[in-house]
Design a protein around this ligand. Structure first.
Ligand code: UD1
Length: 339
C-alpha cells in the first residue's frame, strides 16, 4: 500500500513516516520545506533502512500537487501539512487561512480526480475550544466550546469540509485525528522537533533552556483556574501519535465513513509538572519566570482516549518521563537539521 504523507519532513510527519516504513508501507512525502528540512527525510531513511519518494511541493500550488498524483499510484493520504503556531495564527490569520484551507482544497481535488478517497486528517484538540475544567476529559462528542484562535477555527472548518465531502460522496473514507500535545522525539535522537524559528511551544523551549541556548522558560500565566495556576495539557509522545495513524489506516479497510478520534493519553499535566519532570529526567535545572498569558491560550485540555482504544485498538504507551528524556536526547545530541 502506498501512502502520501503531506508535511512528511516536519516534526509529526517524519515520525509517521518512520512508523509507516517499519510497518511495510511505501511512503511518498510532499513537503514545501517552508518550516522543515529535507534532512529529516534522510534521517528517516537512515533509521528505517528504507527509501522515501520525496517531492518538494507546496499544496497551494495546483501544479505541484498534480505532478505527484500524475506520477504516483497513491492508495491513501495522511494530511499533516499545515501551519502550526497558535500564536502566529492570531497575528497573521490571513496567511494561516490561505495556506491551510487552500492547500487542503487543492489536495482533496487532486484526490478526487485520481480516485483516491482514503484520507487521514491531522486535526487538533484545539477544536474543542475553551471549555470548563468540569468538561474534562474531552470526548469526541463533547461540544465544541468557544474556539479561541484562527488555528483552531481552521481545524474546525476543515473537519466540517471533510464531513461534507463524505456526505456528497460516501465512498470517501476519512479519519479525523485530534492530536493533543505531541512532544518527545525518536529514541535514536536522529529526528525531532526543529522549527526554523525559535520554538514557542513549551517542551521544545524547555529543551533550549536545558542545553543552554536560552536562559529561562517564560511561564505564560500562573493564575489560570488550575491547581498550580498554570495551563494543563495532555502531552503525548510523538511516537504514540505516529502509531495512531497506522492504526487508522488499518481501520480504513472497513466500510467508508468519517470517523473522529482523540489522540491523547487521558492525563493532564501543568506547565510546572512538565518543567519538574524535565529537570528530574535530565538532571539539568530549568530556570523559569512568570510572564503574561499568551493570546489564544486556554486553561485546561485533556482527552478521553477510550474511543480510539475501543475502535482503533490503539493506546498511548509512553510516560511523561520518556517524552522528556527523548526530547532532551534530541536536543542535546543533535544540532538539528540544515535548512
Ligand atoms: C499545541 C499545539 C497545537 C495542538 C495543540 C493541541 C503547537 C504550536 N501547538 O498547542 O498544534 O493542536 O497543542 O492541544 O504545536 N507555555 C508556557 N511557556 C512557553 C510555551 C508554552 O508556559 O514558553 C504553556 C502554554 O501557555 C500552555 C502549555 O504551556 O499552557 C502548552 O503550550 P504549547 O506547548 O505551546 O502547546 P499548545 O498551545 O497547547
Amino acid at each position: 500500500m502506498t501512502v502520501l504523507v503531506t508535511g512528511g519532513a516536519g516534526y509529526i510527519g517524519s515520525h509517521i513516516c518512520v512508523e509507516l516504513l517499519e510497518q511495510g508501507y511505501q511512503v511518498i512525502v510532499a513537503d514545501s520545506l517552508i518550516n522543515s528540512s529535507e534532512e529529516a527525510i534522510e534521517r528517516v531513511e537512515k533509521i528505517t533502512g528504507k527509501r522515501i519518494f520525496f517531492y518538494q511541493a507546496n499544496l497551494c500550488h495546483k501544479q505541484d500537487v498534480a505532478e505527484i498524483f500524475d506520477e504516483e499510484d497513491i492508495d491513501a493520504v495522511i494530511h499533516v501539512a499545515g501551519h502550526r503556531s497558535i500564536a502566529q495564527s492570531v497575528i497573521d490569520p490571513l496567511e494561516y487561512y490561505y495556506n491551510d484551507i487552500a492547500g487542503t482544497l487543492v489536495l482533496c481535488n487532486a484526490m478526487r480526480k485520481h480516485n483516491v478517497r482514503k484520507m487521514i486528517f491531522s486535526s487538533s484538540a484545539m477544536v474543542y475550544g475553551d471549555l470548563e475544567v468540569d468538561d474534562m476529559p474531552l470526548r469526541e462528542k463533547s461540544p465544541c466550546g468557544k474556539v479561541s484562535s484562527p488555528y483552531g477555527r481552521i481545524k474546525v472548518a476543515l473537519e466540517q469540509m471533510m464531513r461534507d465531502i463524505h456526505h456528497a460522496d460516501p465512498e470517501w473514507n476519512i479519519v479525523l485525528l485530534r492530536y493533543f500535545n505531541a512532544i518527545g522525539a525518536h529514541p535514536s535522537g536522529l529526528i525531532g522537533d526543529y522549527p526554523k524559528m525559535t520554538p514557542n511551544n513549551l517542551v521544545p523551549y524547555i529543551g533550549e533552556v536545558a542545553v543552554g541556548r536560552q536562559k529561562s522558560v517564560g511561564i505564560f500565566g500562573d493564575d489560570y483556574p488550575t491547581p498550580d495556576g498554570t495551563g494543563i495539557r495532555d502531552y503525548i509522545h510523538v511516537f504514540d501519535v505516529a502509531k495512531g495513524h497506522v492504526a487508522a489506516l488499518k481501520l480504513m479497510e472497513q466500510e467508508p465513513a468519517v470517523r473522529t478520534y482523540n489522540l491523547g493519553t487521558g492525563h493532564g499535566y501543568s506547565v510546572f509538572d512538565v518543567i519538574h519532570t524535565y529537570e528530574k529526567v535530565c538532571g539539568v535545572p530549568i530556570p523559569y519566570e512568570i510572564r503574561q498569558k499568551r493570546p489564544g491560550d486556554i486553561a485546561v485540555l485533556y482527552a478521553d482516549p477510550s474511543k480510539a482504544e475501543r475502535e482503533l485498538g490503539w493506546k498511548a504507551e509512553k510516560t511523561l518521563e520518556e517524552m522528556c528524556a527523548d526530547s532532551y536526547r534530541w536536543k542535546s545530541n543533535s544540532n538539528g537539521y540544515k535548512f
